[in-house]
Design a protein around this ligand. Structure first.
Ligand code: 0GY
Length: 304
């Protein structure tokens, strides 16, 4: 099957630089995706965008180039609840990838077991309206109850403005809850302002809640580094991510978000994204927890 990309789609960056920051041995890229290839793993009819292909081989080549040991591959909304491309990537990772799937309430126990055997360890609930149609809360709660006995967790993706309304639902989830991209703060607002303070309060009030301190390229208004080197990359995001890393050092994860769906103005050089890490995790101890200890505890607990 042939798919036309969404008009204006930005393809992932070819030939990323070699990071200057040396990742600690055993580092995990805890948020990335595969897209198709569409000819083999067709995009879902209900998708809100059609991406360029981004195969498992291309993801694993990036992993090796950047110096990561492992990946956590998150089901992207363009594949709906068809986890075939994800499962194919996990099965062909040599045990070096774990996954977060999208499932519907009707999923059978045998299918859940099949996903678990492939390496799935979580489900994603997406509340970003431009990406998905709304799934009723009672359906999501049923899914959470089904996956909790497997030791899986729930990954949630939402916009900061929606946290007040989602607070009680998230509080009722019976698993570890991982928030994508710091709950998408508006980084033009102060880090100590009411919006981000609410997110911090949410994490303080719920010891089972973790956050990915990922996606500076998506959250930033100041943008990528200037070519003359006079402007640091995504500097407006640093205080937000660093605050979470320093306040909750055992509940933060980092990921590239490759192949970076739906970016509108630029496509990041993934090598430069890795060079962002020491700005948000300034000590060796924080770096090791963020990149190795925390993701290993969540995704490979049997090896910890
Ligand atoms: C991300 C962010 C986005 C997209 C998806 O599954 C997806 O389609 O997650 C986005 O558009 O903000 O984490 O990849």
């Amino acid at each position: 099957m042939h798919f036309e990309k969404t008009p204006g789609w930005l393809d992932w960056y070819q030939g990323p630089s070699t990071p200057r920051f040396a990742l600690p041995p055993g580092s995990v890229d805890a948020h990335c995706h595969v897209f198709g290839p569409g000819a083999r793993f067709p995009y879902a009819p209900e998708r809100k965008y059609t991406p360029c292909d981004a195969s498992r081989a291309q993801l694993f080549a990036l992993r090796d180039h950047l110096g990561f040991a492992r990946n956590v591959i998150v089901q992207a909304t363009c594949h709906g609840a068809d986890n075939s491309a994800l499962v194919d990537a996990l099965r062909n990772s040599g045990g070096r990838a774990r996954g977060v799937a999208t499932v519907r309430r009707a999923i059978g126990d045998a299918e859940l077991q099949r996903l678990h055997a492939a390496g799935v360890r979580g489900v994603r609930f997406n509340f970003v309206k431009r990406l998905v149609d709304c799934t009723p809360r009672d359906e999501l709660m049923d899914i959470a109850a089904r996956i909790a006995p497997l030791g899986w967790h729930v990954v949630v993706y939402f916009e900061a403005a929606d946290l007040p309304e989602l607070w009680d639902f998230f509080s009722a989830l019976p698993t570890t809850v991982v928030v994508d991209h710091m709950g998408r703060p508006d980084v033009t607002r102060p880090v100590e302002g009411p919006e981000f303070a609410l997110f911090e309060r949410f994490m303080r009030a719920h010891p089972n809640v973790w956050s990915k301190v990922s996606c500076p390229e998506r959250l930033s208004r100041s943008g990528p580094p200037a070519l003359d080197g006079q402007r640091a990359a995504y500097r407006d995001v640093v205080p937000f991510a660093r605050h979470l890393v320093e306040t909750f050092p055992d509940r933060v994860l980092w990921g590239t978000d490759w192949p970076h769906p739906n970016l509108k103005d630029h496509m990041p050089d993934d090598g430069l994204l890795v060079d962002f890490i020491p700005h948000i995790a300034p000590t060796l101890d924080l770096q090791r927890r963020l990149l190795v200890d925390n993701p290993m505890r969540l995704y490979w607990p049997e090896e910890v």
